[in-house]
Design a protein around this ligand. Structure first.
Ligand code: SF4
Length: 304
């Protein structure tokens, strides 16, 4: 539990009366920004795992991946409740009948919810209707949209292939259906100023978004960002800078927005920089200390 921000773990514990553990899944999706539909290059920071961080058994069918993941977590933490998390690539990028067959498979045993990572330009009314059909029996049903920044100039530069208006539309349609919406942002993107990042916080704070995942720009092997980094074209934030910027960012968010991540690790084997990024717990501890020093917390500067 944190005294400074609403953690995802605390939110789920309150909703379900006990800790809920995420099982990450790879359902074999692709991404229109990688398969040539929009581009074949992908976002400039994306490595070829499609932003996927951990997997229990990648080659198995989805129901077996889930079972294997649950058993491992159960043995390690005595876990009893689980969230199926479709993380890799764009998890709505298939026809709706195929999505139904896939999503239907995860509601087994003690799975109390599902979270689907996708792009805002890869959902439509039909797909959102399908996802909201699982929103019964006090389940937690969430759609996670990669947006990274609210600034169109940045979205263009990082080659997202969609604009902010597209994200706004997807959020609105998701919220109309009672879905939980989580936005992914990256701090330290090329050409973004401190004010740009704070503007992202303030803009997201005004939308009825439920959750947020914050990442630090990392240089991963084989990405466009790596090339830019090698050519000396980008500067990465220092750890101190990142900690301070994240605290500033959280101060602008509503106190009830669920903070689902404060830093991503990226795959250690292909992460080139920054080296300090791997120690997530330590980093989060330093952010809490910074809040303590300031006497502030999430929402301190939030106004409706
Ligand atoms: S949308 Fe996601 S999977 Fe697709 S290129 Fe961008 S980061 Fe990678």
């Amino acid at each position: 539990m944190s005294n400074y921000y609403l953690t995802f773990s605390d939110f789920l514990k309150k909703k379900f009366g006990q800790k809920v553990y995420k099982v990450t899944l790879d359902a074999g999706f692709s991404c229109p920004n990688r398969d040539g539909t929009l581009s074949s290059d992908g976002c400039i920071f994306c490595d070829d795992s499609g932003s996927f961080s951990r997997l229990y058994s990648p080659t198995l069918p989805i129901e077996e991946q889930l079972q294997v993941g649950m058993v491992k977590i159960k043995n390690r933490y005595h876990a009893e409740k689980f969230l199926a998390y479709f993380q890799a690539y764009t998890n709505t990028y298939k026809p709706v009948n195929e999505l139904k067959q896939l999503y239907d498979k995860v509601f087994i045993d003690n799975v109390v919810g599902m979270s689907i990572g996708t792009r805002p330009d890869c959902v439509d009314e039909e797909k959102l209707d399908l996802i909201s059909s699982y929103n019964v029996d006090n389940r937690f049903i969430q759609v996670e949209y990669g947006i990274q920044s609210v600034h169109d100039k940045t979205l263009k530069f990082i080659n997202r292939g969609h604009d902010f208006a597209c994200f706004e539309k997807a959020c609105k349609k998701s919220k109309e259906r009672g879905l939980t919406v989580c936005a992914h942002v990256i701090l330290g993107l090329p050409n973004e100023t401190y004010d740009d990042m704070m503007q992202t916080a303030k803009t997201l704070a005004k939308m009825s978004i439920d959750g947020i995942k914050i990442h630090m720009l990392a240089v991963m092997e084989g990405t466009k960002i790596q090339k830019m980094f090698d050519e000396g074209k980008i500067n990465l934030m220092s750890e101190e800078d990142y900690i301070s910027t994240v605290c500033d960012f959280l101060e602008y968010l509503p106190p009830d927005m669920i903070i689902q991540r404060l830093a991503g690790n990226g795959k250690r084997e292909i992460r080139i920089q920054p080296r300090w990024l791997g120690k997530k717990l330590e980093l989060v501890g330093k952010m809490e200390k910074e809040f303590e020093r300031r006497g502030t917390k999430q929402g301190s500067k939030f106004s409706k």
